[in-house]
Every structure is written in structure tokens, then in C-alpha cells.
Design a protein around this ligand. Structure first.
Ligand code: ZN
Length: 308
């Protein structure tokens, strides 16, 4: 099952981004390819049954024909043959102005939805996630946070520079700790208020300035579930471009077991045994409890636990 950010199909060629002349000519490279996102949703190619999906790449000539030649694209990287790849994000309003746009650009699909369907390869999903994250950053950082003037795109879209005060702005990433708290053969799962009925997952929360990963894990678990945590170990991470998080997956050993939930954050939390988790994965648990979808890192944390 594909996950976001587990594979890289393009060389990001970061060293080329700052070469203005190189970027300018790469845009018109004979084999340059463009991803078009409409309201952050990439245009894709799909079969009738919607069982496979891939990014729909457009040549530069299409970009010109669509009237998008003046858009400043995001440089995504180079493929094995050194062909440059770019992404352009436009509004739905703009898409309607493209000759036959509503027809020619469809379907365009939410990246999160694509991850959930499992119909796109991990490499393409990662690329779509990267393009979405940068495009989303551009849409929310039009103005300089320092002086309020207009930001201009630089370095193939990977830097924004204020035209007035010269302040540089770089893409932000928000670290989130997501942790499976364990107590011997049991682990702690919780339900956030916004979750669909029956769904439980590992606890998670944003890191705060001045914290390391271990401190953030201990604080979040204590705040949300009233459980004290001792040893914290890192397991794996996953970019989560909705809009720009990095999920840091950890295991946390419980020092206490009495649950006291913060009802602002959680509607429930409970200890479950490995055997129960196996039944939940199989959809055979009498409580009807559901666990996260395969593309979510929480699922991997739970899988690693039951496989021990
Ligand atoms: Zn400024």
C-alpha cells in the first residue's frame, strides 16, 4: 500500500534552484513536464474503474496553449534523463478560463484521497505531496510577515523574498509527534473528537518550540490521556502535506496506567492487547473498533507492535 513520502522518483537538484538562468531555460526544455494542480489537487490519469491513478504530466506547449505561460512554476526536480519537472497550482476560477479547461484538466483529485484509495504509486504520491505542500505555502504566504509587502517566488518556488524589505521566507514544516504508548502486552489507542465513528488511533500532537521529541511525546501523552511516559524511542517518520506536517513516529513506555482523558482533545482512550489489535485489523473485534488506514503512520506503529 502506498504511503506518502516513502519514495523519491526525482532528483530534487537543490543546487540548481538558485541558478535563475538555468531555471528560466529549464522551463522551456523540450522535454520539460508540468504537473497542474487545481486548488492544490493534481490533475491525474485514471482508468474507468478508478483502480489506478498516475500524475498527468503536460508538456510546455500545453502550458502555453492553456494560457499559463506566465505562471511561475515550482521546480520539482530532474528525472533519470535530466528532464526537468515542474508544478503549477491554479484556482478553479482560472481553470475555467483554460480553453476547454474544466474538461481537459479533469479529473483532479485531493492527494489525501489518492493516498486513501491506494491507487497511486508511492513515488508519484510523494511528488504530488511535495508539490501540494509548496503550492499551499505559496497561497498562504503572499505577504511578508515582517513588513506586510508582497512576496515574490525565488529559487524555483522554494524561497519567497519580500520585494520591499528583502526578508527571505522558506517553506515551513510543522513537526508532529505520533506515539504508540505501550504497557507490556497492551497499547493505548484514543479517539479524537473529529474522528469518524469507531475509529481509534495512536495519540499525536504538535511539537512546541524549545521541546525535543521525547519531551513533546511525554507532554502530549500526559495532557491527552493522563499517562506518565518513561522511555521514548523513535521508529520512523512520514511527511504529511496537509498542509505541511512531518509525522515523527515513536514508541513510548508507560510509567502509569490510569487513563484520565482531556475531553477537549479526546472522546475516549483505552488499553488494548496485541490480540485485540489483531482482531481490530481483521475487522473482527466485538466493539467494532476501526484502526487507521494503511497509508497512515499510526498503522505502521500498531503493526510493528503486534508483530513483536
Ligand atoms: Zn517585507
Amino acid at each position: 500500500m502506498p504511503t506518502i513520502g516513502t519514495a523519491e522518483s526525482l532528483n530534487r537538484a537543490c543546487e540548481r534552484r538558485t541558478d535563475k538562468d538555468w531555471i528560466a531555460s529549464a522551463k522551456f526544455h523540450a522535454r520539460a513536464r508540468y504537473m497542474i494542480l487545481i486548488e492544490l489537487k493534481p490533475a491525474i490519469v485514471s482508468d474507468e474503474e478508478r483502480s489506478i491513478a498516475s500524475i498527468r504530466w503536460f508538456p510546455r506547449s500545453d502550458i502555453e496553449d492553456f494560457g499559463l505561460g506566465r505562471e511561475e512554476p515550482v521546480f520539482l526536480g530532474l528525472d533519470d534523463d535530466e528532464n526537468p519537472h515542474f508544478a503549477i497550482n491554479i484556482t478553479e476560477h482560472r481553470a475555467r478560463a483554460v480553453p476547454e479547461g474544466p474538461f481537459i484538466l479533469k479529473p483532479y483529485v485531493d492527494v489525501r484521497g489518492l493516498a486513501g484509495q491506494g491507487t497511486m504509486s508511492p513515488e508519484e504520491l510523494s511528488l504530488a505531496g511535495m508539490a501540494r505542500a509548496i503550492a499551499s505555502w505559496h497561497t498562504t504566504q503572499r505577504c511578508c510577515g515582517h513588513c506586510g509587502s508582497t512576496n515574490n517566488k525565488k529559487d524555483g518556488g522554494w524561497r519567497l523574498k519580500c520585494w520591499s524589505c528583502g526578508q527571505d521566507h522558506f517553506p515551513r514544516m510543522d513537526p508532529v509527534v505520533i506515539m504508540l504508548v505501550t504497557d507490556g502486552d497492551r497499547c493505548l489507542i484514543g479517539r479524537e473528537q473529529r474522528f469518524p465513528d469507531g475509529l481509534y488511533s495512536a495519540l499525536a500532537g504538535f511539537m512546541e518550540p524549545g521541546e525535543n521529541i521525547e519531551a513533546a511525546v511525554r507532554r502530549e501523552v500526559l495532557e491527552e490521556a493522563g499517562i506518565k511516559v518513561g522511555k521514548v524511542t523513535y521508529q520512523e517518520s512520514q511527511p504529511w502535506p496537509f498542509p505541511h506536517s512531518l509525522m515523527i513516529g515513536c514508541r513510548a513506555e508507560a510509567l502509569s496506567t490510569d487513563i484520565k482523558i482531556d475531553t477537549e482533545e479526546l472522546s475516549d482512550a483505552k488499553w488494548v492487547t496485541r490480540e485485540e489489535v489483531r482482531k481490530m485489523f481483521a475487522g473482527e473485534h466485538p466493539s467494532g473498533t476501526q484502526l487507521p488506514r494503511p497509508y497512515a503512520i499510526a498503522r505502521k506503529l500498531l503493526m510493528a507492535f503486534i508483530e513483536e
